[in-house]
Design a protein around this ligand. Structure first.
Ligand code: GRF
Length: 250
């Protein structure tokens, strides 16, 4: 078989996890539920998404902020019933700050280098988000490990996006890892955050084919396009599942 043709698959699809044993209340079940989350048409729910109060999001980002932008655009377009209350970034040069300013969304630099421990950093992040009544924490390219301090401040309400089909290729340089491994399909995953990096229950994934001649850059660009599609949808879906079952802490 010509190995170059083995990468041919149908267009990328958003697919939902069905099985994480530890997913508990947070897991999602069928593609129908994803549609319901998008359309707010689940008749068994007391309120549709559109009728509910907007989700109060706090975004954490370290870099370019294209996922922040995609979420903000989905909110603006009425595709996600939410508000972004605060963006926290940890690198002074992170482009997300500029993007937030353009949208008049508050953004604060919390530089991890000025903290003596990860716990102290997370305490400060939690304090700032709580000060804005944030309910959901969205890690949109946050390049730091989080501790129990942040997790316990927002139980089952922290989501991350990762550029691989987890559990494959967790950690750093995931796109490069996938290319080097010779897999034909990779993608991106939105998952609940747990203590072990890139380990929590998966909310939504999109598959991206690896094409002949792909470089890290070209593949990463196609993965990011899918990230921007699924992240807003996954936030709505996760919130629909969790809000009804797990009370938020104040
Ligand atoms: C994304 O590719 C995401 O998967 C990873 O960090 C990147 C952030 O990109 N966790 P951006 O800052 O949202 O453009």
């Amino acid at each position: 078989m010509n190995i170059e043709t083995a990468a041919l698959i149908s267009p990328p699809l958003a697919i939902l996890s069905t099985d994480s044993a530890h997913a508990s209340q947070a897991s999602v079940d069928t593609a129908d539920e994803a549609d319901e989350a998008k359309s707010g048409s689940n008749e068994s729910e007391p309120k549709s998404e559109a009728e509910s109060e907007p989700l109060r999001l706090g975004v954490m980002a370290s870099g370019s902020g294209s996922n922040f932008e995609a979420i903000a655009a989905a909110i603006e377009a009425g595709r996600l019933n939410a508000t972004i209350e605060l963006v926290i970034y940890n690198n002074p040069q992170a482009r997300v700050a500029e993007r937030a300013a353009k949208r008049q969304i508050p953004a604060e630099l919390i530089d991890h280098r000025t903290f003596t421990s990860r716990e102290a950093l997370d305490d400060e992040i939690a304090r700032r988000f709580k000060g804005c009544n944030v309910e959901w924490v969205i890690m949109a390219g946050w390049m730091r490990r989080v501790t129990e301090r942040l997790l316990s401040a927002f139980p089952s309400r922290i989501l991350n996006i990762h550029p691989s089909l987890l559990p494959s290729f967790p950690g750093i340089r995931s796109v490069e890892q996938a290319l080097n491994a010779g897999v034909k399909i990779t993608g991106c995953s939105v998952h609940f955050v747990e203590l072990i990096v890139d380990s929590g229950p998966i909310v939504m994934q999109a598959a991206v084919p690896i094409l002949p001649g792909d470089s890290v850059e070209s593949l990463q660009a196609r993965i990011q396009q899918q990230e921007h599609v699924i992240f807003p949808q996954a936030i709505a879906l996760a919130a629909q599942k969790v809000s009804a079952t797990i009370p938020a802490t104040s």
